[in-house]
Design a protein. Structure first.
Length: 250
């Protein structure tokens, strides 16, 4: 069972206005997360996991029924919140998954597109940041990103999208890594709020681009002001997490 104290985490503060009442209701009805979510949802609503047919793929069922099978756990709690906060993007991800299933069927291993879509859905983050931070991220130059240009984070905003990523961060540890979409979020879109960000993002998720897995890894607890241990610059000297940048020619 989740606790209300989760909203003290900096990365969850943007989710509090959506999730606080749902969490309180879930605490009162621990076997009915689907109902707690459905009370807030409209087009796609949560239902008990038991209603998912054993012979139908999860994504195909969601697309066909506009319902989301939901278990009573943290993973599905955050998935439900994501359907509320970013409905257009979740629908686009589901649409692409369902189309791929219709075209390719369901095999033991997902194809390139479904694999990329799942990775995004579970672990993605979106970054609005000055160019100097994007350059450092592309080089995986963690010293530049988190130490040299630390002040630039005051003009940056990292939005966590992946529900598995949010679940992992309930118990923070240094190695948690997000997959940042390679397309920078425009400043005006970020400033306009969740609905604008959702509309912008949903329009950028297409089959061709997603097959290439357009993501960059980012150890999220390195973000300044997100985790007290990173106030000590020695935090970034751990090569197991903040791996040295690759040298050209090697």
């Amino acid at each position: 069972m989740l606790l209300d104290a989760i909203w003290s985490h900096p990365w969850l503060i943007p989710w509090q206005h959506i999730g606080e009442d749902i969490l309180k209701a879930w605490n009162q009805h621990p076997d009915a997360l689907h109902a707690c979510l459905a009370a807030k949802q409209t087009d796609f609503v949560a239902i008990p996991q038991t209603l998912l047919p054993s012979d139908e793929a999860y994504e195909a069922f969601i697309y066909r029924t506009h319902t989301v099978p939901t278990r009573n756990n943290a993973h599905d709690f955050f998935n439900g919140l994501c359907w509320l906060r970013f409905p257009q993007t979740k629908q686009q991800l589901n649409r692409l998954q369902a189309q791929a299933i219709h075209k390719e069927g369901v095999a033991a291993q997902r194809g390139a597109l479904r694999d990329a879509l799942t990775l995004f859905d579970e672990n993605a983050a979106l970054l609005c940041a000055p160019e100097v931070l994007w350059q450092a991220l592309e080089r995986q130059d963690w010293q530049a990103m988190f130490v040299t240009h630390r002040e630039a984070w005051k003009d940056a905003h990292l939005t966590l999208f992946g529900h598995a990523l949010l679940e992992k961060l309930l118990k923070p540890y240094k190695g948690i890594t997000a997959h940042v979409l390679c397309v920078p979020v425009p400043v005006d879109v970020q400033a306009a709020g969740d609905a604008a960000l959702d509309a912008w993002l949903s329009q950028r998720l297409h089959e061709t681009e997603m097959q290439g897995k357009p993501f960059l890894p980012l150890p999220v607890l390195g973000v300044p002001a997100w985790w007290p241990p990173n106030e000590d610059m020695g935090f970034y000297a751990d090569p197991q997490v903040f791996r040295p940048q690759k040298k050209q020619g090697y």
